[in-house]
Structures are given as structure tokens and as C-alpha cells.
Design a protein. Structure first.
Length: 81
């Protein structure tokens, strides 16, 4: 199972909440999008970091997997807004 699937399996509710918040968000660049993701996903990230299931992954791997999952789901357009 890859990391993105593991996140969905263990923290799908938190991830869905992040996706719903981001769907209503506005951004005009990748940097703005990533800042919004950092803000909206803070609860999700804390839950993942505290979960022993993810002990074998470093923070950057987890952050990248969360960002990729969000981008895949939202079909991100960096000039939305």
C-alpha cells in the first residue's frame, strides 16, 4: 500500500475535511496554494504525525503525499480564484 492510500485509510475523515475547505479556497500561485494547504491541513498533519502507523516515514514524505493527494483530488489549477 502506498503512503497516499494509507493516509486515506487511516485519516480519511480529516482528509475529506481538508478537501472540502480547499474547494472553497482561492489562490493565484503554487506558493499561495501550499500556504493554504499548510493552514487547512494542520489538524490532519498533527493526527498523522501522532499516529504510530506513520513512524517509518519522515515529515517531508508525509507532507508530499498529502499535497499530492490534494492536488490529485482537486485537479488543482494554480490560477483559481
Amino acid at each position: 500500500m502506498d503512503l497516499k492510500e494509507l493516509i486515506w485509510l487511516t485519516h480519511g475523515v480529516e482528509l475529506q475535511n481538508v478537501l472540502q475547505s480547499l474547494e472553497a479556497g482561492e489562490w493565484s500561485s503554487r506558493d499561495e496554494f501550499e500556504e493554504l494547504v499548510d493552514f487547512e491541513a494542520s489538524v490532519l498533519m498533527i493526527a498523522i504525525y501522532a499516529d504510530d502507523t506513520f513512524n517509518g516515514y519522515d515529515e517531508e514524505e508525509i507532507r508530499s503525499a498529502v499535497l499530492e493527494t490534494i492536488e490529485d483530488h482537486l485537479n488543482v489549477n494554480y490560477y483559481k480564484g
